[in-house]
Design a protein around this ligand. Structure first.
Ligand code: HPA
Length: 236
């Protein structure tokens, strides 16, 4: 059933088996422009740009996911279910819940905790914690080792709310569920992978800290993002 409502592409072969998904479609363009060769644009519906190209000899697609679980839920479902995608690696940013995480650290998500009803509503799981795919995570760990980039394997909190009124509640989530950082997408991505028997993983760069209230500038984020992207690209 292609094209889908959100990806206007007739030819399934133009999408690689592995897709890297930053939240921001401009980041997808940045990756395509700076790291890939033989690039073709595969989507522009809602400006949710996607590109397929080659990283060395490896065919890869990069496409924005948008922010939040409903958005990544839609795009990852369509890629997995209608375009033959086998692996999705989200590459995003997160806020630190733990003093052990510093700005620009690269987090490898091992499990995502969420209050979200996404997995339950979908009918895939009533669990509050879903795992990343171990095979993908092992490949990511190997790539990071080779590049000498330290990873911080973590449980993350996939939150529905960015501007939580009582932001101090992060402490409870940190204590109760062991979540070291917060972002807004992994749980839905992992739920879709489980529902469709596909593989999903997530790398995050720490962009702010709820503990120390430090934050990064957009220029600094861009540079730190490059490290994480190299890990993701070299893992495929
Ligand atoms: N909250 C939610 N998502 C995020 C944050 C945050 O503080 N930082 C980066 N992504």
């Amino acid at each position: 059933m292609i094209p889908t409502p959100h990806i206007d592409l007739e030819d399934q072969n133009l999408i690689a088996k592995t897709v890297l998904m930053p939240g921001d479609p401009l980041r997808a363009k940045y990756i395509a422009d700076n790291f890939l060769t033989k690039v073709v644009q595969i989507n522009n519906v809602r400006n949710m740009w996607g590109f397929t190209g080659y990283y060395g000899k490896k065919k890869v697609t990069v496409m924005g996911s948008g922010m939040g679980m409903p958005s990544i839920g839609i795009y990852s479902y369509e890629l997995f279910n209608f375009y033959g995608v086998e692996n999705i690696i989200r590459i995003g940013s997160c806020g630190a819940y733990s003093e052990d995480l510093n700005l620009y650290d690269v987090v490898l998500v091992e499990q995502a905790f969420s209050e979200s009803s996404y997995a339950k509503t979908m009918g895939v799981s009533s669990r509050k914690i879903l795992p990343a795919n171990k095979t993908l995570n092992n490949k990511i760990k190997k790539a990071a080792e080779k590049l000498n980039i330290p990873l911080h394997p973590s449980i993350v909190h996939s939150s529905d709310v960015f501007y939580r009124l009582n932001f101090e509640e992060y402490k409870l989530i940190h204590e109760k569920y062991g979540a070291n950082a917060v972002e807004m997408e992994s749980f839905a991505l992992f739920a879709n992978a489980k529902a469709l028997k596909k593989r999903a993983a997530c790398l995050l760069t720490v962009s702010d800290s709820l503990v120390t209230h430090e934050a990064t500038t957009s220029q600094e984020r861009q540079e730190a993002f490059t490290k994480m992207m190299e890990v993701a690209l070299n893992s495929i």
